[in-house]
Write a protein that binds this ligand. Structure first.
Ligand code: PEP
Ligand code: MG
Length: 587
């Protein structure tokens, strides 16, 4: 059998070896089948029946998933039920069937096409991926137009699921059965619901493989390496052996790592630190807590806008914030107000095209221009703060005036709530992101205005070093350990500590063991990151002595280049704890 490798995006870590199971997908018809006008009523009835059946199935899946995996996953199916009940969707079907005298399959195909084009035209990856939820619902109705039940695919046999796209409802049902070893898909990205489900269920997954569903057939042998983002098709024996030993090592390491979730967050010399989680969806809270997160250090609230084509209402915002606050309680939740604009241009916000979006109308700049939208969000955050575990965080602050303006607005919204006797946390902590170099330079002034600071190293480094964070041609210059970056971070962290104000790092830098050590040495105690990296950072920080790290970083700060600094940390700390760090690179 012919052996080849495919590269994709690893969205759920781990390695699996097994046989391919190609999933069948609904192909919406491209052929219009006409009916005579007197059959239209009958056709509408057939469609209604299919919708009713779909409703029944979705409700049943929702209940099953709730029972097996918990409430947070059944939420996806609530969303599907809402899509199914959409009035305009039904009206669209009816209109097409009546006007075109056609079969319901054609009406579904036309509506699916319309949504497909709409979502494809969107630039944002996350938003684009919500398309699969609509396809999922429409495909289910389409299938239900057939009166016979389809036979079930190879139930009970452990297989590697290969598909063009795995719709969220299929993913939840198939992955929760426990007989899927791994997933390999043509489509998808990090933030798809399928990726999130795979991560939560510990099923290795590689997506974005373009055409794997056409390149393999049932029965082929696959190795899916969700950590490296690679799929090997029909590998020879020697390679299988190599991967099986890698898998063993990985599994042992993971087991050991996960044990750290229950251990205290203390360095060897008993200095405490807090691992926190950056999340984009409420579904991630429980996973984060199970991996050892001591709170949600960053909720990127702009992801709410990616869920729908219309603007979210205050209730939409509120239900998400209060759900996160409730599930994370008593741990803190830092809700960042929307960071839209720039390259995250959402059609419903009608932001003009800008010549230089990274330096344009982004984040707080956008919120302060569109104050009505901003007040809706502030009101929802305040209402979700009744249990006193919610904090507000403002992104991309450049100058003090912005903080003053934000405070005035917040006062106004608070007064409005009081008048209506709506409860909220009057002392809700207020913080700003330090991600613009100008804000970093005035940390001493900004810190006096707020309750805490959060350093967004992703943006701070890109603006400070003038290196686009997503441009592969200059990525060699993107160095978190550049002496200039460390000097700046030292100033910010020491200033906040001196003022007795809380300080967090919520950029990717906090998830890298070497950089996290450097940050600890600079006096940082709160590290917020993608939840899957928490165990490795916790293990790394638990393996070192705070006072040694401090001394080494002081020495490293006198060096001239990022390379010299890195070598100094490796030589003086990492090399002394090979187990904690070498393995730390695996996940
Ligand atoms: C950052 O800039 O470091 C950050 C956490 O914000 P985002 O990645 O959402 O821009
Ligand atoms: Mg940022």
């Amino acid at each position: 059998m012919y052996y080849f490798r495919l590269r994709g995006i690893g969205v759920s870590p781990g390695i699996a070896l097994g046989e391919v199971l190609l999933t069948e997908r609904v192909i919406f018809t491209e052929r219009k089948e006409s009916i005579s006008p007197h059959k239209v009523e009958e056709e509408l009835k057939r469609l209604k029946k299919a919708i009713k059946r779909t409703r029944g199935q979705l409700t049943q899946i929702k209940e099953q998933i709730k029972e097996k995996m918990g409430e947070e996953y059944s939420f996806i199916f609530e969303a599907h039920l809402l899509i199914l009940e959409g009035k305009s969707l039904h009206a669209n079907f009816e209109k097409i069937i009546k006007e075109e005298n056609c079969r319901a399959e054609w009406a579904l195909s036309r509506v699916h096409d319309k949504y497909d084009k709409l979502f494809e035209s969107l630039k944002d990856e996350y938003f684009k991926q919500r398309k699969s939820d609509i396809t999922d619902v429409l495909a289910r109705v389409y299938r239900n137009l057939e009166s016979v039940d389809r036979k079930r695919e190879d139930e009970g046999i452990e297989k590697i699921l290969v598909s063009h796209e795995l719709l969220p409802s299929e993913a939840a049902v198939k992955l929760s059965k426990g007989n899927v070893l791994a997933v390999a898909l043509d489509m998808g990205g990090q933030t798809s619901h399928t990726a999130i489900l795979a991560r939560s269920l510990d099923v290795p997954a590689v997506v974005g493989l373009h055409n794997i569903s056409q390149k393999v057939k049932n029965g082929d042998t696959l190795i899916v390496d969700g950590t490296a983002g690679e799929v090997l098709v029909n590998p020879p024996l020697a390679i299988r052996k190599e991967f099986l030993s890698k898998k063993q090592k990985y599994n042992d390491y993971r087991k050991e790592l996960r044990k750290t979730a229950k251990l205290s967050s203390l360095t060897l010399d008993d200095v405490s630190f807090s691992p926190l989680a950056n999340i984009e969806l409420p579904e991630e809270v429980n996973l984060a807590l199970s991996l050892g997160a001591e709170g949600i250090g960053l909720f990127r609230s702009e992801f709410i806008y990616f869920q729908s084509t219309s603007l979210p209402s205050e209730e939409d915002h509120f239900s998400i914030y209060s759900r996160i606050a409730k599930e994370a309680y008593p741990h803190p939740v830092y809700i960042r107000t929307v960071d839209v604009g720039g390259e995250k241009n959402l059609p419903q916000l009608k932001i003009e095209k800008e010549p230089n979006p990274a330096l344009g109308l982004r984040a707080i700049r956008f919120s302060l221009r569109d104050k009505d939208l901003f007040k809706i969000q502030l009101r929802a955050i305040l209402r979700a703060s009744i249990h006193k575990n919610v904090k507000i965080l403002f992104p991309m602050i450049t100058e003090i005036e912005e903080v003053e303006e934000v405070k005035l607005l917040l006062r106004e919204v608070k007064d409005g709530l009081k008048t209506k006797r709506i409860k909220f946390d009057e002392k809700i902590p207020l913080g700003v992101m330090i991600e613009v170099p100008a804000a970093a330079a005035i940390t001493d002034l900004l810190v006096k205005e707020v309750d805490y600071l959060s350093i967004g190293t992703n943006d701070l480094i890109q603006y400070y070093l003038a290196v686009d964070r997503s441009n592969e041609f200059v990525s060699y210059l993107y160095k978190p350990l550049h002496p200039s970056v460390l000097r700046l971070l030292k100033f910010i962290i020491e200033t906040a500590n001196r003022e007795g104000k809380e300080i967090t790092v919520c950029g990717e830098m906090a998830a890298d063991p070497l950089s996290a050590i450097a940050l600890l040495g600079l006096g940082l105690k709160k590290f917020s990151m993608n939840p899957i990296f928490i165990p490795r950072i916790k293990k790394a920080l638990r393996s070192v002595e705070h006072k040694t790290v401090k001394r080494v970083i002081q020495k490293a700060m006198t060096l001239r280049t990022a390379q010299e600094i890195e070598e100094c940390i490796i030589e003086n700390i990492l090399a002394k704890h090979p187990k904690a760090f070498l393995m730390g690179q695996v996940i």
